[in-house]
Design a protein around this ligand. Structure first.
Ligand code: ADP
Length: 374
């Protein structure tokens, strides 16, 4: 701390020199300026002062203005106002604008050194706290990056074997005439599970690509109604197996939107898949699409377990999974909704969620219906 650099800004030469002497004798590096303007110029040119002692009444630029300028450029700079007793109110005003404290004139060497030392200690703590915060943030980002790299590797390695398994099961189902009804049902189920896993791996890859800024939308003209029916058809068996009613409630979307087919398919699939996963047997999943003010509005509503306000606030965060027994016993990565939001936003659209515990959830996706340039 004794090597701290201090700038003394005062228009009285005697005061400047007095401060320099006292502070230098303690090992501080001291520079001086004769008014606020010169002080600010020196502060900005060097950018390495730890503390600035500021007189209030000075020509060209007064102390209050100088305090404000310096505070704006360096939120951690230690600013101390040197003032005559008569100007105590202004000194109080200076502390409101960012000065650490004030030293009434005249002062003894100790009366100058004490607040300077205290202020520098406080500043050192603030600087250290910021350094720790930055380090923590860097650490968090590194961890996040490592997680995504790992995820991307795993997803990549999973995709090909899963596709191969699907291919084999497909071949057996197509060629083996003698299969019993039960065996066929088992193989069918295995095929669908492998397909779901492969799509999950695909989601992981898309999300990691989005995260890395490597995801490119391939836009084409699509009919929202057809897209919804396609996504719905892929989930009919899963819904029936779980004893749920999967219902197309409304299908009067705009004739076309300009969007990436696979990306939107992934968005709708994730939402319908979740609705099925988080709705107990006997429940209902309603899907719809409608045309509303130049938007295609998709909705996936379920009568499932729903989400608390807190869960809703985090539902779209990467890796978030609600801490309830139903979610714990349901396989998932916590990446689906994060991917949904990113893909929808990439299309210039938005996602909304309304939900309540045990009262079901409704996800609403709005996408621009007119072709988007770019
Ligand atoms: P997961 O792979 O866990 O399903 P998602 O990102 O799709 O990941 O969803 C995040 C979490 O949000 C889920 O783990 C679940 O707790 C909650 N959630 C998502 N959709 C629903 C829903 N329709 N009903 C109730 N909870 C849901």
């Amino acid at each position: 701390m004794s090597h701290a650099r201090i700038l003394v800004v005062d228009d009285e030469p005697g005061m400047r020199e007095g401060c320099r002497r006292i502070l230098s004798a303690e090992g501080f590096e001291v520079e001086t300026a004769e008014d606020g303007r010169a002080g600010l110029d020196l502060f900005l040119a060097r950018r390495n002062f730890d503390a600035v002692l500021v007189d209030l009444k000075m020509p060209r630029m007064g102390g209050l203005e100088l305090v404000e300028h310096i505070r704006r450029h360096d939120p951690e700079a230690l600013l101390l106002v040197i003032t005559a007793y008569a100007a105590i109110e202004t000194a109080v005003e200076a502390t409101k604008r960012g000065a650490y404290g004030y030293i009434p004139k005249p002062f003894t060497p100790d009366e100058l050194l004490l607040p300077v030392r205290h202020g520098l200690e406080r500043r050192a703590l603030a600087v250290e706290a910021r350094r720790l915060r930055q380090e923590r943030e860097r650490h968090r980002q590194e961890l996040e990056k490592a997680r995504f790299t790992f995820l991307s590797m795993v997803a990549h390695e999973l995709r090909s074997p899963l596709a191969a398994i699907e291919g084999c099961l497909d071949a057996v189902l197509a060629s083996a005439q003698s299969l019993s009804q039960e065996d066929r049902a088992l193989l069918d189920r295995a095929l669908r599970r492998a397909g779901a896993l492969r799509r999950m791996a695909g989601d992981m890859l898309s999300l990691t690509a989005l995260q890395a800024g490597n995801f490119i939308l391939r836009r084409e003209r699509l009919a929202p109604d057809a897209l919804l029916r396609e996504a719905l058809a892929a989930h009919e068996t899963a819904a029936a197996e779980k004893g749920l009613t999967l219902h197309l409630e409304r299908s009067d979307g705009p004739p076309e939107i300009e969007a990436d087919h696979d990306a939107l398919r992934c968005v709708l699939s994730n939402l319908i898949d979740n609705a099925i996963k988080y709705t107990p047997a006997g429940g209902r999943v309603n899907v719809s699409v409608r045309h509303e003010e130049n938007s295609a509005v998709f909705q996936v509503a379920d009568t499932g377990i729903g989400m608390s306000d807190d869960e809703q606030a985090h539902a779209f965060d990467e890796f978030f999974r609600a801490r309830n027994p139903a979610s714990a016993s349901t396989p998932g990565t916590g990446l689906g909704l994060a991917l949904v939001r990113r893909l929808v936003e990439l299309h210039g659209g938005s996602v909304a969620l309304t939900s309540a515990p045990d009262a079901g959830s409704t996800f609403t996706i709005s996408l621009p219906a007119r072709p988007i340039s770019a």
